[in-house]
Structure formats: structure tokens, C-alpha cells
Design a binder for this molecule. Sequence first.
Ligand code: HEC
Ligand code: HEC
Length: 431
Amino acid sequence: MTAMSIHAVHPRRRLVPLVLLVLLLAAVGGCSRDPASEPRPSGPASEAPTTPDAGLAESVALADLGREIFFDTSLSNPPGQACASCHDPRWAFATPRDRMQAGMAPGADPSRLGMRNPPTLMYAAFSPPRHVDPVRGTLVGGLMHDQRADSLEDQALRPFFNPAEMANTSPAALVERLRRASYARRFDQLFGSGALSDPGSAMQRIAAAVAAYQRSEEFSPFSSKFDAVMEGRATFDASEARGYEAFRDRNRGNCVECHSLGDNRGRRALFTDFSSHNLGLPPNRESPFYRMPASINPDGASFIDLGVARDPQRAGMEGRFRVPTLRNVAVTSPYMHNGVFASLGEAVRFYTTGCVPGNPDRWAAPEVAAGRECRKVGRLKLTARDTADLVNFMYTLTDGWYDPATGLPGPMQVEPRPPIIGGAGQVASSQ
Ligand code: HEC
Ligand code: HEC
């Protein structure tokens, strides 16, 4: 059993069903908005009630408390790491590049690293509850690269106890840290006095607050150049426009088959249908996870990430991972669950030649070959210009974009574009 699966069973068992949580919150102050409900892709922000009411104030207070927890570096063991250490708003709530080691982020104990690339948390609130699509036979929705968490609440407690992340050893230990926080009395204000006295119910309250924060507009601003173009406030340049075409063209990228635009003509598109697929990605041999001690990685150098099929009930789904949003993807390199690609161009190149006979680009063998979807992803008919256009199009998906005429810079860290090819996914060659 690996660190992730230890973590997966630990705090979750202590959670009462969400129904109870909702009742509990409703009892405290007549919360009109169900904090456990998943927002729909039309967006929670736009549909928030405009008239002030107690329920809304309550959910704002809950999200504010969640923000305090999210940025609090005193809640790890040893202290020093917060959710925001790996999910930094300046990096689209993914990990700052200079903290990463070959795609992996160090834990509170910096000698421990997990097995996957921390994803952006932006737009994660839109992932529907996990379910099997009966027509396509794929698992849809849920959270984490392998969809093992059902909801933001279900996910929220795991990092606190993951030995490669915040590494608390028990709910009681975490509550002890929270009691010393400057904002601790806000728990009593929201949930009634003694809100932190029982570790079990304290855990539910922490989960509710952290989840509410992640449903706030901070995580889903829909403020990219793409959004401005869809709303008629801006225009793509020629390359971006061609990239958008190739992205949608069935005979070229057909990226929309998985990175879908939704049914709103591109408006508020999430660039994922939340299904899972096996792209036949090479392993990231540079990942420090292979060198972790047996307590973190019992399989050592022979570790294979089965993705969705790490859950024994999902046999047959080996190598599948959830389709990520492409919003803010220019900010969040490296790419894929294992961080194997350093650049967007490399990812597109892999889609173009990954399955081409003779392996012209010398990709390393897939980590999980069975079930690889070569027909859809692996031999696309994309020219070098299409690749550059697709990359330029993906750069329009960065939030915080302002019309150059206003001169205002966006808040995100978009770096100069790295070279198209070259990274851990390829067999070393002299090219
Ligand atoms: C040490 C780095 C690290 C810390 C600290 C951390 N995370 Fe993460 N987070 C990750 C990684 C890695 C993943 C992907 C895990 C996987 O898929 O197996 C992830 C995944 C997630 C996801 C799933 C997103 C999605 O779209 O599926 C959410 C939500 C999340 N983290 C929230 C949090 C919260 C809340 C905290 C603080 C309580 C936190 N994380 C702390 C590294 C971190
Ligand atoms: C058959 C479904 C499918 C199609 C079609 C598809 N993708 Fe993906 N894409 C995925 C999946 C699944 C992942 C995540 C794989 C993983 O992490 O193991 C992904 C990941 C990515 C990533 C990395 C994102 C990140 O944050 O790590 C990029 C970039 C990307 N796709 C771009 C594209 C482009 C551009 C196209 C069209 C040329 C495309 N995809 C077509 C399923 C698809």
C-alpha cells in the first residue's frame, strides 16, 4: 500500500454522509445555499442571488474561513506548509515552478514527495459527482487525477494527513493546531460554541469551509482572453484563431472531444468533459517519487501509476486519468499527471506522433500500454504550424487577461514559452 492509499482511507472513514453535514449547517443558521451541492457549468458566481440574505452571508463567512485555513502554514507537521504552498493563486492554484522537483511538490517534510503533479484548483468546483457513463463506459467527474475523491468536501481533509503533504498524524493533532490559529473563534461564531471540541465534527467543518472557499469566484473568474473573445470584447490574432479552429476540427485536433467547450458556444467552456482516458504517456523517470522510502513508495523504481484502476473496483481502467481543464494551462507546466512534458508544444507533439509506427520522435514506451487510445490521441494530422497555433490558442486561456489597450498586466505568471520538444518523455537522443 502506498502513501496515497493510506491517506485515502484514513480521514474519509470519519466523515458522516454529506446529508448530515448539510443538516448540520442548516441548523446553525438557515443556510439557504446548500454548501455540499456541486455548482453546474453555468457557473455559481453568475447565479449568486443579488439580494442580501442571511444564507448568503453565512456561505460567504464559511468561504472566508476556508480561505484562512487554505493559506495557514501552521497546520502542517512540521509547520511551514499550507494548501497554498502547492496551490498558489499566483500560479493558477498550482505549484510555483521553483518549488517543483521534476513535476512533484515536496511535503511539509521536504524530503518527502508525492507521486503526482499538483493540478490547478481553478474550476475544479465544476467537476460533477463521480459516475460511470453507461454509453462510453468511462468514469466521469470526481476529483484528483484518478477521480478517487467524490467531492471537494471528500477531498479537503486528505492533504492534511498525507505523509508526503501536510503530514498530520491524527484529527486531534490537526484540531490542536487549529485551536491556536488567530481565526479559531470564527468556528464558534459559525457553528456555535465548542465547534472544535470534538475532532470528528471539527473535521467536517474544516472540509465544509475549505470546499466553500474553492467554490468562490476566486477560483472561477472566467477572465481570460478566450472569454473576452467569446463575449465579443476582443479578437484572436491570426494564429490564435487558427489554433481555435484546429482545436475544434474533427479532422485535425478534435481536442474538443475531451477538452469540451460545453453547449454554450464556447462561453464559460471548461475545456474538459471530466471523463478519463489512457493517452499512453511515458513514465516520468526523473520523478523523485521512484526514490522515496518504502513508507511512501513501497514499489520503488518499479512503481507504475495505474490511475483510475488503482481502485481495485475499477479494473480495466488501467492508465486512465481524468481530462484536466486547459484553463490557465500556460501557467501550470509541467504537464500531465506525472509532469512528463515540460511544454505545451511537447504535449501536442505527443498527440501527433505518439502512436506513429517507427516512433519518429523517440517517445519512451507507455507506462500503461493496454487500453491506449491511439486512434483519438497519438497520430493526429497536425502540421508544425498547427502545433504552434494550438499552443498560441491555449495561451489565451489564462485568467486575468486584460485588453492590451488598458495596459494592465494580469496577475498570473506566464513565462516565456519553452521550446516545443525536449523533456523527460523522450528517450535521450542526439537530435
Ligand atoms: C505537497 C503539495 C500539496 C499540498 C500541501 C496540497 N495539495 Fe492538493 N494536490 C496535490 C497533488 C499532488 C494533487 C493531485 C493528487 C492526485 O491526483 O493523486 C492535489 C490535488 C488536489 C485537488 C484535486 C483537484 C482536481 O481537480 O482534481 C484538490 C481539490 C486539492 N488538491 C486541494 C487541496 C487542499 C484543500 C489542500 C490543503 C488542505 C491541499 N490540496 C494541499 C498537492 C498538494
Ligand atoms: C481522448 C481524449 C482527449 C483528447 C481528444 C485530447 N486530450 Fe488532452 N488530455 C486528455 C487527458 C485524459 C489528459 C490528462 C492525461 C494524464 O494526465 O494522464 C489530457 C491532458 C492534456 C494536457 C495537459 C494539461 C495539464 O494540465 O497537465 C494538454 C495541454 C492537452 N491535454 C491538450 C490537448 C490538445 C491541444 C488536444 C487536441 C490536439 C487534446 N488535448 C486532445 C484527454 C484528451
